[in-house]
Structure formats: structure tokens, C-alpha cells
Design a protein around this ligand. Structure first.
Ligand SMILES: Nc1nc2c(c(=O)[nH]1)N[C@H]1C(S)=C(S)[C@@H](COP(=O)(O)O)O[C@H]1N2
Ligand SMILES: [Mo]
Length: 359
């Protein structure tokens, strides 16, 4: 076991997920334990860095990053970020996914984000008639894009105008760390992490979604038979609101536990504007289920931690978990039915095999 809360998948670009041991039982993920998902080298910007707000606005305006917090009211939102590739490893037993990071359950975390509302910034510059989307551009150049480009994304105007979407300058009470997008990043609660653009340099009000590679081509869910190399702009399903998901953090996959009473612990996250309403746990392959205790408060923007006491007999067993949301939807059973060429949105039942030793 390592003391490092992060499991590094790649050094360049730097990509690391939170180990389950560092996620378990914590409502808030500490900054040094929060997963990092990058598509290129991390740019070092100063507080003088400009953020240009343009497109379908009355007054094209540039703000210095450091001036935003003085110009607009400060707001804090506790929100879970979840990468669309979280739990991709569950797909790899079904079929290989070359060229994509094999994220386990730790490409997600919850932080207290403080900053200004995007809505207030948009009101200050004036949104023009015909606007339907708001695009974001970061300062980092990615050669994952063809041709290489800055990382970018967009969200519909209605979401951009919501209370919860922030241009964040602080994370858990500290200045936003470099790897999380300093000095200013977007935070879009309920939506896949890829829409929360880091190292923000541009906000563009548009009459269509962004044509940035990471919005138009990547982060889209393709039919299983497609070769992602052939995918062009607009192909597949654009990923936006996160799908209902959960995973087991303790016991950890493949570990040994003593027979008898065992407390199973994990997280569940409804995504979109939904809340988690129930988490079921099974130790008999889904024949029967017991209901986990949901901790904390129901909140659409954050995960719900849960615990469930089970009694395990000696041998090997796979602990299962599945979450339900307030639309009465539950997670799908098998990763196989969800497999897609880029390995996004695996929200199939959590499955954690353990060896149970006689007590
Ligand atoms: N500029 C920029 N923003 C970005 C990315 C990036 O590579 N560059 N990665 C995105 C993805 S895919 C995710 S999941 C989240 C991860 O945020 P974090 O690294 O702070 O956890 O940032 C998003 N914003
Ligand atoms: Mo992501």
C-alpha cells in the first residue's frame, strides 16, 4: 500500500486518480488527493492572465484573472467532479480500449469551489439575441486533438445561467492549485468533468455548441462497432450530464477480509440535476439486496457516501452495489451492454471480488 493518495497513470501529460483508500469516508476530497485529468502540458498562468468574454455579447470584455473576485459577488458550491472515463477499467474485461487511460473508480472527487457565477459575468457583458451555448477555452495545448489545439468545451446557455456554474478561483479554501486550473477554471456541477475547463482564457457566447475538438469530436459516445479514428465532428452522443453511478471503495478489489461482519463503504452520484435515493448491496450475486445507509444530505451537486454491514462466509465472493435516483432509475447490470470504443460512462453495477478467510 502506498501513502501517496494519487495513483499516477501518466506523467506527460500528468494524469492521476485518487486511490480508493484516500476517497473512502471523506465527503470532501483534499486538494492533494483530488484526481487530475490533463490532455496536454499544464500552463502556468499569472493572476494577470486575461479572460476574454466575446461572441454574442453586447460588449466584448477582457478581465484579468485576479480581478474577477473583486468585480463580482463571491459564491461557494460544493460539487463532485467526475471524469467521463471514471470506472473505464470495468470495460476492459469486455473488450480492449487502446489509447485511453485505464481509470478505476477514483477519477472523481468532491470539493468546495469558490468563485463568481458565470451568470453574473454574462450579465455584465450582455448576452445578445440568438445565444444558445457558452463555450470555454483553456490555455493548454493538446496534441490529442487533430490538429493540436487548446482544450475547450461548451454548455447550453440555460445551464450557464444557473446558480451553480462558477468561474472558480478557490478549491477547499485554498487558491486553485495549478493542476486544477489556476488561476481560474469553470465548474459545471452535474456535468462530465470535461466541461469544467481549467486555465480559462476565453468565454464565448455562441449560437451552437463549441467546435473545439474536445466538444465536437471527443467526449462523444460512439456505437460499439465504430472505429474512433474515423469519427468526425458531431458523431455519436455528446456527453453532458453525468449518468447515475456508484462504486465500492472498501473493501478494495481483490483484497482479503475476515469472515463475519464486514462494513462495505462507497460513493454514489446521481449526476445531472438528480439525487441519489437508494443504494443496494448484494453478496449473493444479485439474488437478494440489502439497503445501504446513505450518509450526509441529498444534494444534486454532490455524491452521497454510503455504508452497508454484511456478513461474509469463508470463500470467494463478489460484492455488488447499485444506486437508484429520484427518477427511480437504477444502474445497468453489465458493462458489456454499455461498452463503447472510447470507454465513456461506465455506470454498470459496482463489482468487487474479495477472498474471505475463516474468522
Ligand atoms: N483546460 C483543460 N481543462 C480541462 C481538462 C484539460 O485537459 N484541459 N480536462 C478536463 C477533464 S476531462 C476533466 S475530467 C476535468 C478534471 O479536473 P481536475 O483535473 O481538476 O480533476 O478537467 C477538465 N478540464
Ligand atoms: Mo474527464
Amino acid at each position: 500500500m502506498s501513502d501517496d493518495p494519487l495513483l499516477v497513470h501518466e506523467d506527460d501529460p500528468y494524469n492521476a486518480e485518487t486511490r480508493t483508500s484516500a476517497l473512502v469516508g471523506r465527503e470532501i476530497t483534499p486538494n492533494e488527493a483530488f484526481y487530475v485529468r490533463n490532455h496536454g502540458p499544464m500552463p502556468r498562468l499569472s493572476s494577470e492572465a486575461r479572460i476574454r468574454v466575446d461572441g454574442l455579447v453586447e460588449r466584448v470584455t477582457e478581465f484579468a484573472a485576479g480581478e474577477l473576485a473583486d468585480r463580482f459577488e463571491s459564491h461557494e458550491v460544493t460539487a463532485t467532479l467526475q471524469c467521463a472515463g471514471n470506472r473505464r477499467t470495468g470495460f476492459l474485461d469486455v473488450r480492449d480500449i487502446p489509447g485511453e487511460t485505464p481509470w478505476g473508480p477514483g477519477a472523481t472527487g468532491t470539493a468546495r469551489w469558490r468563485g463568481v457565477r458565470l451568470r453574473d459575468v454574462l450579465a455584465a457583458v450582455g448576452v445578445r439575441e440568438g445565444a444558445t451555448h457558452v463555450g470555454f477555452t483553456g490555455a493548454d495545448l493538446s496534441d490529442a486533438a487533430d490538429p493540436p489545439s487548446e482544450f475547450g468545451a461548451s454548455i447550453p446557455l440555460a445551464k450557464a445561467m444557473s446558480d451553480e456554474v462558477l468561474l472558480a478561483v478557490e478549491m477547499n479554501g485554498e487558491a486553485l492549485p495549478l493542476e486544477h486550473g489556476a488561476p481560474v477554471r469553470v465548474v459545471v456541477p452535474g456535468w462530465i468533468g470535461a466541461r469544467s475547463v481549467k486555465w480559462l482564457t476565453r468565454v464565448e457566447v455562441r449560437d451552437a455548441p463549441s467546435d473545439n475538438f474536445f466538444q465536437a469530436v471527443s467526449y462523444r459516445l460512439l456505437p460499439a462497432e465504430t472505429d474512433p479514428a474515423d469519427a468526425g465532428p458531431g458523431d455519436g452522443i455528446s456527453l453532458g450530464p453525468v449518468a447515475l453511478n456508484c462504486d465500492i471503495l472498501d473493501p478494495a478489489t481483490g483484497t482479503e477480509v475476515h469472515a463475519g461482519g464486514v462494513t462495505v463503504r462507497g460513493y454514489a452520484y446521481a449526476g445531472g440535476e438528480r439525487i441519489v435515493t437508494r443504494v443496494d448491496v448484494s453478496i449473493d450475486g444479485g439474488e437478494s439486496w440489502c439497503q445501504a445507509e446513505l450518509l450526509g444530505e441529498a444534494d444534486p451537486w454532490t455524491w452521497r457516501l454510503w455504508t452497508c454491514d454484511v456478513t461474509l462466509e469463508p470463500g470467494t465472493t463478489t460484492i455488488l452495489a447499485r444506486a437508484w435516483d429520484d427518477t427511480a432509475a437504477a444502474q445497468p447490470e453489465h458493462a458489456a451492454s454499455l461498452w463503447n470504443p472510447k470507454g465513456y460512462a461506465n455506470n454498470s453495477w459496482a463489482r468487487v471480488p474479495v477472498r474471505v478467510r475463516p474468522a
